[in-house]
Design a protein around this ligand. Structure first.
Ligand SMILES: [Zn+2]
Length: 67
């Protein structure tokens, strides 16, 4: 027997009302930042100022240091 993994066509977050959006023309609330937010961005900050913390490279890359 073969079971299909996922791919059932149900997209999470699919809202019944397509007119329901976060608004267009919003800008980042960060002072000095005029980054226009995407209507799909539920945050009020741009991706750069959002809570997303970009992992900084700690030390050096372990692989392919020397060819
Ligand atoms: Zn910003």
């Amino acid at each position: 027997m073969t079971q299909q993994n996922g791919m059932q066509g149900m997209k999470p977050g699919h809202l019944p009302r397509e007119s329901r959006s976060f608004g267009k023309g919003r800008v980042c609330v960060e002072p000095g930042c005029e980054k226009v937010l995407s209507q799909y961005n539920r945050l009020n900050k741009c991706w750069a100022h959002a809570d997303m913390k970009i992992p900084r490279l700690r030390g050096r890359k372990p692989a392919q240091e020397a060819l």
